[in-house]
Write a protein that binds this ligand. Structure first.
Ligand SMILES: Nc1ncnc2c1ncn2[C@@H]1O[C@H](COP(=O)(O)OP(=O)(O)OP(=O)(O)O)[C@@H](O)[C@H]1O
Ligand SMILES: [Mg+2]
Length: 493
């Protein structure tokens, strides 16, 4: 396991509380400076080093090489006075990409690499409602960085670098325009390294874009996500034996670095609340569920993942393609009618052309708190073209998705679909070990024709009882059904 000191590396910054990972503290002089005096900016030691930031090798190398070259170049310009012969050295980086993927970390890592302090600026620190004050603050900021040899880091840079307002009407418009003009001026003659970071590069003024060296940050790949995960697990955090790379990967699908950090913290809290001596897969799975539900609200609408990736699903319908009979579609239709289309995941309906099937199915199987395992007449016996039983193959999706859901601690409900002489709950020795736990779960029987109409409302009630959020969604759709659960007889009944 790769273990890192990410959470413990800089005790002095941890003293400011957990929020200080994302923002440097505003020191007292900055916070209390009088409205009409330019603010004073104090550099801080960088919070992160490159060995802590997981990025594609090509991007990391380009940042490191460019930063090193520019830093040496600046020595040449300043110390050897090449600037006096009028040559311009140009050194502003633009880190852009979705939120929570390491842009701020990388800016600190550049400062760490160059052995320089960093001044991190958020818009609120230099904005002033008084005309003329904001440019003065910008001036004071650049002078402080120059004097201290600090890296200047503008977070949420789109506020400053967006297009200038053509016909300013309000005082705020004028303030922004003069701030942008001041920034442009400083960028043109400045020899220190400036880093901008944004989630919204499309709003930048072309005048700024021409002066910036672009670095695009992409959401992490599967390998990067797992690396970020291990790097965030501190040495003393006890993990149960069922926390393995294989069991964690499906939970990380679609998550950004910041979500992964939250997953680990939430899982650890779950374990503490449980009184468990170690953090187990179930703790991680339930943390992943919580994050899944909050993601559409926290991620910028522009950055939202594709439809099948939105993580609001609560019910996963598992079925065998060759077995898809009269019942699977009605089950899907009635579940969406009761709980809403966003609640139900069925691969054939939720995935769109071109979407990455295996990763999405694995993630949904792990994160949906309920799986309806539709068992039709051919579920147990279906064979591959070579005559082997599909269920025994590790590549069988039905077997894999049920195993993932069981392992994640979800409710797996076997739905027996067909006439009583056609289907039965399999016996333990008829199914692979990976899904054996399912056959001990209470099953529901969906009989054809009028039987379906009688049973599905019961299934809806049963699910609403199992998962409070399903009850809420049903209430929101104001569909109420009489409650009582039909229980499928087992063979021995
Ligand atoms: N690439 C990564 N490698 C390691 N950890 C990461 C990575 N990306 C994010 N993290 C984790 O998420 C936290 C937040 O990341 P960071 O603040 O750098 O994101 P950001 O891209 O600047 O986001 P924003 O656009 O919202 O400012 C980090 O402190 C770290 O714990
Ligand atoms: Mg940031």
């Amino acid at each position: 396991m790769l273990v890192d000191k990410l959470m413990t590396r800089k005790p002095s910054t941890l003293a400011h509380g957990p929020g200080s990972y994302d923002s440097l503290p505003v020191n007292e002089t900055e916070a209390s400076s009088a409205a009409h005096e330019p603010r004073h900016f104090t550099p801080h030691a960088p919070l992160y080093a490159f060995d802590l930031v997981v990025l594609p090798a090509a991007l990391k190398n380009r940042i490191v090489t460019t930063a090193t070259l520019l830093d040496r170049g600046n020595t040449v310009f300043d110390d050897w006075r090449l600037s006096e012969i009028g040559a311009d050295q140009f050194a502003a980086f633009n880190f852009y990409g979705p939120p929570g993927i390491g842009k701020t970390m990388a800016a600190h890592a550049v400062a760490d690499l160059l052995g320089r302090p960093i001044i991190q600026v958020r818009p609120g620190l230099i904005e002033s409602p008084y005309i003329g004050e904001t440019p003065k603050n910008i001036d004071s900021l650049f002078r402080a960085a120059e004097r201290e040899g600090a890296i200047l880091f503008f977070d949420e840079a789109d506020v400053w670098l967006s297009r200038r307002i053509e016909s300013p009407e309000t005082v705020a418009d004028h303030v922004l325009n003069s701030a942008r003009a001041e920034l442009l001026m400083w960028l043109d003659g400045y020899h220190g390294l400036v880093i901008f970071a944004t989630n919204s590069v499309s709003s930048y003024d072309p005048a700024f874009l021409r002066r910036l060296i672009p670095f695009e940050f992409m959401p992490p790949t599967e390998a990067e996500r797992i690396e970020i995960f291990w790097r965030h697990i501190p040495d003393p955090m006890p993990l149960a034996a069922d926390v393995t790379e294989e069991s964690i990967i499906p939970l990380l699908h679609g998550l950004m670095g910041r979500d992964i950090r939250r997953l680990i913290i939430d899982a650890a809290m779950n374990a503490v609340l449980d009184g468990s001596p170690a953090v187990s897969h179930t703790h991680f799975a339930s943390a992943a569920n919580g994050i899944a539900k909050s993601l559409p609200m926290t991620h910028d609408a522009q950055e939202q993942p594709p439809m099948a990736d939105r993580r609001s699903h609560l019910i996963f319908i598992s079925y065998r393609g060759s077995d898809q009979n009269w019942a699977t579609e009605p089950v899907y239709a009635r579940m969406t009618e009761a709980f809403g289309a966003d609640t139900v995941f069925k691969a054939g309906n939720a995935l769109r052309a071109g979407e990455e099937f295996p990763a999405i199915v694995k993630r949904e199987a792990a994160s949906c708190p309920v799986m309806l395992a539709c068992i039709g007449p051919e579920w147990l016996t279906a064979t591959a073209p070579d005559g082997s039983r599909r269920l025994d193959s590790p590549a069988d999706w039905v077997q894999e998705e049920i195993a993932i859901s069981l392992q994640a601690g979800n409710h797996v409900v076997p739905l027996l679909i067909g006439n009583r002489n056609e289907v039965a709950l399999p016996k333990p020795d008829q199914v692979p070990e990976s899904i054996r736990a399912m056959v001990y779960r209470q099953a529901l029987w969906l009989a054809p024709g009028r039987g379906l109409d009688a049973t599905i409302p019961m299934l809806v009630d049963c699910l609403a009882e199992l998962v409070p959020e399903l009850a809420e969604r049903r209430r929101a759709r104001s569909t109420t059904q009489p409650a009582s659960v039909a229980q499928a007889p087992r063979d021995e009944d």
